[in-house]
Design a protein around this ligand. Structure first.
Ligand SMILES: *Cc1c(COP(=O)(O)O)cnc(C)c1O
Length: 469
């Protein structure tokens, strides 16, 4: 009889690492560095906890890649997938066909999304959804008789995925450097006060950065601009929480020039900021929202664009929209996403974020600024960051190359069985939304221990030094 492959009954770690290095081409990884060190092999997940192939229990402060909002190991999710595979494993949604999971999920998302964001175009990921958005906004203006409006304005250090379209919308120069970027995308500066605010107040800086949008529109000509895209809070850029003045001014400018506003909610959607969507947290009224990640809590790959009535009607009035993915609205992914949203709602997970997890984590996270290495702490809902600095008063950067200190800190976290990422010299967290106060205590204790060890190492190695002005 055929035995099912038991993945948990695995080869010794060193053998797995050797096979991995030989055959697995990893995303966002330095191959030589990985081969030298060996990848950490994750074998199990339960709640906020991961187990590796050596049996270590790791607390996942990043919810995988910001996505496992309901936590690992929920049996109902696998059962939903199995039921759907038995019923209808695959059918497409092209050419005037549909199926029940896609219908039900689109209706559910329309119910949860604010305002008249009532139409969902499905994709397999956040990157794909942003590629859809490029085509969608350009098509919108074509049908409206303004085909010159093709340029999309985005921000430096924004992240919108790593397909050619998503990577071009993103403002990450290392990504542009590998293969270039597509035409018709312009970048303005990010609202990163700690790093770039100089002597300005946060409020003034927020306004100044928002007004770069207006300057860019005037420079290009409003009749050339299709849309502006931004993450309510930049995630991969380092959990950059914009000053409170930023989004209202950005909204005003988009409204004034009739520019479509795309909120990339791939991280901020589905409870991460303490509301269903980050746009609600910041009072943004987008025409299109990009979603993925928390939509299925990462149990299945699925993303999409939630589109307002007007944009859907205009694009819909133009005949066939020549765009789609084989797996747009994949029935198994849709069924799993529906189950995820059912769990989110029935277990009041957003209330847990607002009333329990956020207030408790906020108290403990903010207290990290007492540490000699930590300059500021930011937390919205359950996404947070701390700035590492050798001189808090001056908001100074380190003399070492950006990211050197952050990487050293992350290595200490890994060694202490805490997953916390670094972006440059900022440390970031986005734990599963179901994290309990007891688990928050463990997370913070491990973070402090890691910061202590990092700090001692920096002092010992003469690296606790500010960059000269
Ligand atoms: C992760 C992310 C994406 C890309 O999503 P993928 O599913 O990795 O393609 C897009 N936008 C934002 C804001 C993200 O965080």
């Amino acid at each position: 009889m055929n035995q099912p492959l038991k993945i948990t009954n695995h080869l010794p770690t060193a053998e797995l690492q050797a096979l991995d290095a030989a055959h697995h081409f990893h995303p966002f990884t330095d191959k030589a560095g990985l081969a030298a060190k060996g990848a950490r092999v994750i074998t199990r997940g339960e709640g906020v906890w991961l187990t590796d192939s050596e049996g270590n229990r790791i607390i996942d402060g990043m919810a995988g890649l910001w996505c496992v909002n309901i936590g690992y190991g929920r049996k109902e999710m696998g059962q939903a997938a199995a039921r759907q595979m038995d019923e209808l494993a695959y059918y497409n949604t092209f050419f005037q066909t549909t199926h029940v999971p896609a219908i039900a999920l689109a209706a559910k998302i329309a119910e949860l999304a604010p305002g008249d964001l009532n139409h969902v175009f499905f994709a397999g990921s956040g990157s794909e959804a942003n590629d859809t958005n490029i085509r969608l906004v350009r098509r919108y203006w074509q049908v409206k008789g303004q085909p010159e409006r093709t340029t999309i304005i985005a921000r430096w250090n924004g992240y919108h995925g790593s397909t050619m379209g998503g990577g071009s919308l993103g403002g990450m120069k290392p990504i542009h450097a590998h293969g270039g970027k597509i035409e018709g995308i312009e970048h303005i500066d990010q609202p990163y006060w700690w790093g770039e605010g100089g002597d300005m107040t946060e409020a003034d800086f927020g306004l100044a950065r928002a007004r770069q949008l207006e300057e860019k529109i005037l420079e290009l000509g409003a009749d050339k601009v299709a849309a502006f895209i931004g993450e309510p809070i930049q995630g991969a850029g380092g959990v950059i929480v914009p000053p409170s003045t930023y989004w209202p001014e950005t909204q005003r400018i988009c409204d004034k020039y009739g520019i479509l506003l795309i909120a990339d909610e791939v991280i901020t959607g589905f409870g991460r900021t303490g509301n269903w969507f980050g746009s609600e947290t910041f009072g943004i009224k987008p025409h299109i929202m990009t979603i993925a990640k928390g939509l299925s809590s990462g149990y299945q790959p699925i993303g999409g664009s939630i589109v307002c009535d007007e944009v859907a009607e205009v694009v819909g009035s133009g005949g066939e929209f020549f765009h789609g993915y084989t797996y747009s609205g994949h029935p198994v992914a849709a069924a799993v996403a529906l189950e995820n949203l059912r769990i989110m709602q029935e277990e009041n997970i957003i209330d847990h974020v607002r009333n329990v997890a956020h207030p408790y984590l906020k108290e403990r996270w903010d207290a990290l600024v007492d540490h000699p290495l930590v300059g500021e702490a930011k937390l919205v809902g359950l996404m947070g960051s701390i700035a590492l600095t050798p001189d808090k008063a001056k908001r100074a950067a380190f003399a070492s190359e950006t990211g050197t200190v952050g990487l050293r800190c992350r290595e200490r976290c890994f060694a202490n069985n805490l997953i916390m990422r670094h972006v440059g010299d900022r440390m970031i967290i986005a734990p599963p939304l179901v994290i309990t106060p007891e688990e928050i205590d463990i997370l913070i204790d491990r973070a402090k221990k890691s910061l202590d060890e990092c700090y001692e190492g920096l002092v010992a190695d003469g690296l606790f030094v500010a960059k000269a002005d």
